[in-house]
Design a protein around this ligand. Structure first.
Ligand code: NAD
Length: 259
C-alpha cells in the first residue's frame, strides 16, 4: 500500500485571479501565489497601482498580468473574465478579496447609497465573478474559490451595518456554494480576517490600533496582510481537496475571546 497519495502542496502553473490585488491583503496574496509558481491576474480599479504590483511580481521573477475592472459593475466583470481566460487560457483559482468599508449611521441621509455600493462590491461581485468563472473553474475538476469575509461576518460593531451585512452574506454565500458546487469539483471556502494593517485601516491612528489590539486580540496586535495570504493559500492547495465550506478565522483569536 502506498505510504501517501499524491496530493500536492504546489500551485505551480495554476492561474489565479485575485480582486483588489493592488493593495493590502490582495497584494500580499498575489505576491505569495506568484512565489508559489501561480500565474496571477492582478485585478483592481486603477491602472497605476495595478502596474506597480505587476512590476513588483515580475521583478521578483513571477508571472503576472494586470486587469483594470470595477467589480461593482456587472458588465466590467463579464469583460474581466473574458480577458483573463483569453490571456491565460483558463482559470483555476478565484480569490474574491476586493472590498470597501464605509462607516455610516443607520439614520444618515446617504445610507441607502452606501448600502448599495457596499453590497455591490462586497457581495454581489462575488457571485457575478463566480457565475462568469464557473465554466473555467470546473473544467479540470479541481477549481478553488476563496472569499475574503471578516470577523464582521460572524459578529458586529456599530455604524458599519452595510459592511457587516455584506460580510455575513459572504459567509452564507460560501456555505451555499460549497453545498451546491461540491459535486462539480469546485471547493468554496472563506477567510475571516481580524484587524489587519492595510489601506482599509491606514487612517486609524496607531495609538487607537494598539489600544484595540491590547484589549480585544489575544495575540495583542494587528495582523500582517501576509499572514492572511498564507491562510488563503492553505485553502487553494491541491492538498486542500476535502476542505469545502470552511470559515477560517485569521484574527489572532479575537472572535473567541469572551473577556
Ligand atoms: P485595501 O483597501 O488595502 O485593499 C482593498 C483593495 O480592493 C484596494 O486595492 C481597492 O482599490 C480594491 N477595490 C475596492 N473596491 C473595488 C472595486 N469596486 N473594484 C475593484 N477593486 C476594488 O484593504 P484590505 O484590508 O486589504 O481589504 C481586502 C479585503 O479584506 C476586503 O474585502 C476587506 O473587507 C477585508 N477585510 C479587511 C480587514 C482589515 O482589517 N484590513 C479585516 C477584515 C476583512
Amino acid at each position: 500500500m502506498a505510504r501517501l497519495s499524491l496530493l500536492s502542496r504546489s500551485i505551480e502553473g495554476q492561474v489565479a485571479l485575485i480582486t483588489g490585488a493592488a493593495s493590502g491583503m490582495g497584494r500580499a496574496t498575489a505576491h505569495l501565489f506568484s512565489d508559489e509558481g501561480a500565474r496571477v491576474a492582478v485585478v483592481d480599479r486603477e491602472s497605476e497601482s495595478i502596474s506597480r504590483v505587476v512590476d513588483e511580481i515580475r521583478n521578483a521573477g513571477g508571472e503576472a498580468q494586470g486587469f483594470e475592472a470595477d467589480v461593482g459593475n456587472a458588465e466590467a466583470i463579464k469583460g474581466l473574465i473574458r480577458d483573463v481566460t483569453q490571456h491565460y487560457g483558463g482559470l483555476d483559482i478565484l480569490i474574491n478579496n476586493a472590498g470597501i468599508s464605509r462607516p455610516v449611521r443607520i439614520d444618515a441621509e446617504d445610507y441607502e447609497a452606501s448600502w448599495s455600493e457596499t453590497l455591490d462590491v462586497n457581495l454581489t461581485a462575488h457571485i457575478r465573478l463566480l457565475r462568469e468563472s464557473l465554466p473555467f473553474l470546473e473544467q479540470k475538476g479541481r477549481g478553488r474559490v476563496v472569499n475574503i469575509a471578516s470577523t464582521e461576518g460572524v459578529g458586529a460593531q456599530p455604524n458599519v451595518s452595510a459592511y457587516t451585512a455584506s460580510k455575513h452574506g459572504v459567509v452564507g454565500l460560501t456555505r451555499a456554494m460549497a453545498v451546491e458546487l461540491g459535486q462539480r469539483g469546485v471547493t468554496f471556502n472563506c477567510v475571516c480576517p481580524g484587524p489587519i494593517e492595510t489601506g482599509m485601516t491606514a487612517l486609524i491612528p496607531d495609538k487607537s490600533k494598539e489600544k484595540f489590539a491590547r484589549r480585544r486580540v489575544p495575540l495583542g496586535r494587528y495582523g500582517d496582510p501576509e499572514e492572511v495570504a498564507h491562510a488563503t493559500l492553505s485553502l487553494v492547495l491541491p492538498a486542500a481537496s476535502y476542505i469545502n465550506g470552511a470559515v477560517l478565522m485569521c484574527d489572532g483569536g479575537l472572535s473567541i475571546q469572551n473577556s
